[in-house]
Structures are given as C-alpha cells and as structure tokens.
Design a protein around this ligand. Structure first.
Ligand code: ATP
Ligand code: MG
Length: 657
C-alpha cells in the first residue's frame, strides 16, 4: 500500500492482476455482447422496453418509467400475469414436454416436472387457494422445504394476484410468527416435516405455534415426511385433499405492471429484517433479462442449477421467476450438500448434466474445507458457466472454484445484488468480460452504479468508497411493507441530495475501473485513521495455505482507535502447530506482507465455526460483541446459536494465555 494514501471513505489495499478471458466458443454464441453496454447507456428506457418484450403482456405499457425519487413505476399502464409468463406461455409455444424441474429429494427420490405438468399443478393450487378465499392483494405465508410444492405455491399466488411471503424452512416459530403478523397473512402453506441431514424433522408442530393468535385462517399442509402432526379441524387442510381434487383448469387474469408480487424479509445480517416489497412487470423483466445474460442461458439446451433456498431472494429470482420466465430446465435439490456424502452436489451435476451452477461463496469455502479430491471423483464436463452470490468471493475461493469445479473451462460470474435490488446489478457477462478473481466487475447493461465518497462524488480508480445506484432500475424494491418512512430513511437519506440509492456496501475501483465489493459499510474498521474493509483482510488471511475461512472485526483499541481482531478456521487436518503462537505470528505477518502493515491483525483466534445467518453469511456484529467483551446481541437470525457460546469461551481462553 502506498504510504501517501490519504484517509478516504475506504482504503483499497489489495491488488489482483490475473484476468481470465471468456472461452472463445462461448463468446462466439453469447446471449449478450460488448455493444450492449453502450446501447443501454444511449437509451436506457428504450433498452429496458426491449427487455420487457421478453414477456407476454396482455396490455402494452404507455410509459416505460415514472420516477419521483425515491418512488418508481415501471411499464406504467401495462398488464400481465406473472405465472402465465412463467408457465402457460411455454406450453402455448409448444414446449409443454420440456422438463421445467428435475427435482431431487434428499433421501434419493426424484421427480421430473414438465411445463405441462407445472401448468396443471399451478392451476390446481390456484383453484384450491381461491376456494380458501385467497384473492387479489391477499398475503399468503409459505414455509416449506425445497419441494416442488413450494414453487407451485408461489406461482399460484402470482396467478391469483395474491402476494407470497416465503419464510425460510429453518426459521423458528417466533420468526415465522413475526413475519405472518407483519404481513397480516391469511393462509399459511407448510408441510408435516422436512428432511434434514437424512432425518425427518418436524415442521407443522412449529408452524402451529406461529399461527396461534394471528390473522391466519387456513393452513394448507403438504405431506412430505409422514411425520405425525397436531391437527386443528376447520383450519388445517391437507394438500393432497384440497389441491389434488381441484380442477387443473384455471384462467389467468391480468394485473397491473405495478401490482404487488411478493414481500420478502432480508436475511437479517445487520439487524431486524426488513419486509421488502416487489411488484410484477419490472421485477419479472429484470429477473428474466439477468438470468438470460449473466448465465448465458439457452432454453432447451442449458441445464441450470441454483443451489439457494427458496426462502431467500436468490431462490425467488433465480429458481422461480427468472429461469421459469425463460423456459429453463433446472435442478432443484431438497437437501444439504453432505447428505448422504460430501460429493452429493457433484453427483447431481453428473446425473443431470448440469451446465450452469450458481452457488454461494460460503459453500465453495466449505467444499474447499472438505477437500478437492471429492469433486475430482465426478464427471463435471457438462459445466459451462459458474456463478456466485451472497458475499464477496475471495480470490482464493474463486480460483479454487475455477480450477476444481470449472476445470479451467468455465467463466465465473460473481453477481452482486440484494433482496432490495430484486435481481443482479453488477456482474460479468460470461461471453464478454475478462474476469478478475473476486471482482463483480461492472454494472450490467441498463444498470448504473458508482463508488462514491462522503460527498457523493465518484472516487478515482484505485480508491474505495460507498456503492450507490444512481439511476432507477426495473426490479428495484417499491418499499418496505407498511413502512414508507423506514424505506426513505434506510436507502435514500444518505445521499438524498443526489438522489442515489445507498446499498450499505463498501466497494472500490481497481486501476482498470473494475468494481470490487468490500463488505458492509457498518463493518468497516477504522485503524489509525485508515478505513479498512473486512473483505480485504479476510481475503489476505484465506490466501494463506493453512486458512479456509476468516472473519475480521474492528475492536476498540486505546492507541489505534480500532484494532483488527480475526477469527479463522484452519484447513481440515491442521496440526496443533498450525494453531501455535508461532503460526499465528506467521499469519499476522502474512496479512502485513499481502496488503500492508496497517492491516495486520492485533489478535487472531482459531475457531471451529463462524456465526452465520441461515443464508450462510457471517454475522460480524456478533463477533464484534465478543471482541469487545460485550454481551452478544440479537442472535435470532443465526443458524446455530451454540456457535457463539463456543467462540465466547474460546476468546476467554486466548486472553488468559
Ligand atoms: P440485512 O439487510 O437484513 O442485513 P442481508 O443484507 O444479508 O440482510 P440480502 O439482501 O440477502 O440480506 O443480502 C444482500 C447483501 O449481500 C449485499 O448487500 C451484500 O452485502 C452481500 N452480497 C450479495 N452478493 C454479493 C456479491 N456478489 N459480492 C459481495 N457482496 C454480496
Ligand atoms: Mg442488506
């Protein structure tokens, strides 16, 4: 790092010079080409109108965009049915026999669902929900495992103009109840149980606690595990009774482009989840467009697999709406990646000939931990494009993904977006971009984003700052459910004067102007006046041969303001020596030589696990509590609460030494 670097919004410490051009064959037939950027810049609204033409509108819009910051309306006056676009349209086009979903159950059962099957299932579900009194504008809560009924339910809501609020299957009754109450949902769709690591776990028993005393009138229950369940007559209805007996004919009604489609709560990494509201036409347009261009998806040829849970926005946009709008054939897998063995994902890639594989950095690091000999046993030659989402991907994990999974043939698209943005915003184009390991590279054609300083001015190349989106985009959130004030305050107050959307993430431009995400601004550490991102220090740690995962936080420090405290997970089979004082010193020195002495951790703790949300993201605020000896804060969105006890007690040990 240059000594002369001034104290800016955010330091840019690491440099990465490796670049990987797109494979020639892919580039030659790519869905999107270089000229799309300039074309979109020249006429942004015209470009989005062109993308909206991917959909079938029953009434064409009058105006592409009405923008009264921070309130947007896209494709004003247009009408469509979202479910019709994702299902019936493909049957009408003669593709009813195409497999929409290859579903793979955790115990090894499977189902192939064609578009014609999907149409029948969605119609039956819509008829059953309508019979329960669900109609336009009603809210339906869904807590289900990764089974086809989850997709049928979401599409049935969309078909009826009702809004779904999907709650991740692992959430507690309390978390479900809070979301039901916030949305005032009328119906809950759930299952008797769910398979988790080879065993059935109860589901309805928990959801019963959640619906107690709420607005829920009916509970529709899918039988999945044959688990005994408590039953409330008059309220509870079996799916196989209500849906299987319903008619498979249903005429889809058209809704306004701005008709609400769903509410989804953010994953809660930084605090209380926000009920993000998305609407129909703009959302579906950007979902379909981004799925088409970032994955270079070819309908009828590609076999696509997104490993996210349907309870997160990635599951909404890149399992349900984007791929199905594009007539994709996709894999949906019910279970965990190590059931019954750690090669399960690669076995599935081989079985279905998966060509596009989209996953999270946390999972890639887990695969690294399990060892490269596991994927090496499988035929992965069908893969063409790899993708990541959810967190910054550190160069080490990117390179591992490229070599061990992509076998050096597949471009990797690191897609930056949020529940709030609805769809991908910043990502490489696989047939165009010369990608760099760990960089999301550049806003997609049609998207305008910038890295700015405190005053909202674009920072120079080689500098860091705040990531903002400076022009409205079709799939942008339309608000926080029931809380306009929080919407304005959270996203639009930081750069109110400029009218920028503030994403809450830090980022930098490298010397070529490529964008690198640097983690959340709330997590930035201030060391002797230098604002240092968590991501760069974590990547430096992970680039050491002994470390597979790292989380760093800034803890109060008398001399430097904040000191960097690192929590690291070592590679499987690490010796005691690797945990010893000398090895720790070597690790601190490694960070110093990789990105500069200013970033050298004050303290490094070896841990077995890190606190993660249920979507797999590290909750640094909890580690900050530990590092500063505070009582650990709200852990309700944590996947495994016992992790914090382990870390806290380990922390005390390390101080006594
Ligand atoms: P909450 O807003 O409740 O704290 P959350 O931000 O974790 O929860 P999501 O909307 O699921 O909820 O996650 C979006 C965030 O994930 C982004 O703001 C960013 O911090 C991170 N993220 C997603 N994709 C990437 C990526 N490709 N690179 C870097 N960071 C990413
Ligand atoms: Mg967020």
């Amino acid at each position: 790092m240059a000594e002369s670097e001034k104290s800016s919004a955010l330091s840019a410490l690491s440099t990465e010079s490796r670049t990987f051009p797109p494979p020639a064959e892919l580039a030659a037939q790519a869905n999107a080409t270089e000229d799309w950027y300039a074309r979109a810049d020249a006429d942004r609204e015209g470009f989005w109108a062109e993308q909206a033409d991917r959909l079938l509108w029953t009434k064409k819009w009058d105006t592409v965009l009405e923008w009264e910051a921070p309130f947007a309306k896209w494709f004003v006056g247009g009408e469509l049915n979202v479910a019709y676009n994702c299902v019936d349209r493909h049957v009408d086009d003669g593709n009813g026999d195409r497999v929409a979903i290859h579903w793979e159950g955790e115990p090894g059962d499977s189902r192939a669902i064609t578009y014609a099957d999907l149409q029948r299932e969605v119609c039956k579900t819509a008829n059953a929900l309508a019979a329960m009194g669900v109609g336009k504008g009603d809210r339906v809560a869904i807590q289900l495992p990764m089974i086809p009924e989850a997709v049928f339910s979401m599409l049935a809501c969309a078909r009826l103009g009702a809004m779904h609020s999907v709650v991740f299957g692992g959430f507690s009754p309390g978390a479900l109840k809070a979301r039901i109450e916030d949305a005032e949902a009328k119906v809950l769709i759930t299952s008797d149980g769910q398979f988790r690591r080879g065993k059935p776990a109860p589901m309805k028993e928990n959801t019963d606690q959640a619906v107690e005393g709420t607005t829920i009138e009916k509970v529709l229950v899918v039988k999945r595990t044959e688990t005994d369940v408590p039953w409330t007559d008059g309220r509870d209805v079996w799916w196989h009774d209500a849906v299987d007996s319903a008619s498979d004919q249903h005429t889809a009604q058209s809704f306004d482009a701005e008709h609400p489609l769903f509410i989804l709560y953010t994953s809660g990494t930084t605090g209380k989840p926000k009920g993000i509201l998305h609407t129909s036409g703009g959302y579906l347009t950007q979902a379909a467009y981004t799925h088409h261009v970032t994955f270079d998806h070819k309908p009828g040829e590609s076999v696509y697999w997104c490993t996210a849970d349907i309870g997160w926005v990635t599951g909404h946009t890149y399992i349900v709406y984007g791929p199905l709008a594009n007539g994709a054939t996709q894999v949906i897998y019910e279970g965990t990646p190590n059931t019954p063995h750690e090669g399960r994902h690669w076995e599935i890639v081989d079985k279905y000939g998966v060509t596009i594989y989209y996953t999270a950095p946390t999972l890639i690091r887990t695969f690294m931990k399990w060892g490269e000999d596991i994927p090496a046993k499988y035929d992965l030659s069908s893969l063409r494009v790899l993708g990541t989402v959810g967190e910054p991907i550190n160069p080490e994990a990117w390179m591992w993904f490229r070599t061990r999974i992509g076998r050096e043939r597949c471009p990797i698209v690191d897609t930056w977006w949020q529940t709030e943005t609805g769809a991908t915003m910043i990502a490489p184009l696989p047939g165009v971009t010369h990608a760099k390991p760990g960089s999301a590279m550049r806003p997609l054609p049609g998207i305008s984003a910038a890295v700015v300083d405190d005053s909202g001015t674009r920072v120079g190349n080689g500098e860091g700052g705040y990531l903002v989106i400076d022009k409205p985009w079709p799939s942008m959130l339309r608000g926080i459910w029931g809380d306009t004030e929080r919407y304005q305050e959270t996203y639009w107050s930081r750069f109110a004067e400029q009218g920028f959307y503030f994403a809450g993430d830090g980022a930098k431009y490298d010397d070529d102007g490529a964008i690198w995400l640097l983690g959340r601004v709330d997590d930035v550490m201030n060391v002797s006046g230098h604002r240092i991102s968590t991501t760069e220090v974590e990547s430096a740690l992970v680039s050491h041969s002994t470390v597979v995962e790292a989380a760093v936080v800034g803890a109060a420090d008398e001399t430097t303001g904040q000191g960097i405290v690192a929590f690291v997970i070592l590679r499987a089979g690490s010796t005691d020596e690797a945990k010893g004082a000398e090895a720790i010193k070597a690790l601190r020195d490694h960070v110093s030589s990789e990105i500069g002495p200013i970033a050298k951790p004050r303290q490094i703790m070896v841990v077995e696990e890190l606190p993660k949300t249920r979507s797999g993201k590290i909750m640094r605020r909890l580690l900050r509590d530990v590092a500063e000896n505070r009582e650990v804060g709200d852990v309700s969105t944590l996947a495994d609460t016992s992790v914090m006890d382990l870390i806290t007690s380990g922390m005390q040990d390390s101080k006594e030494e």
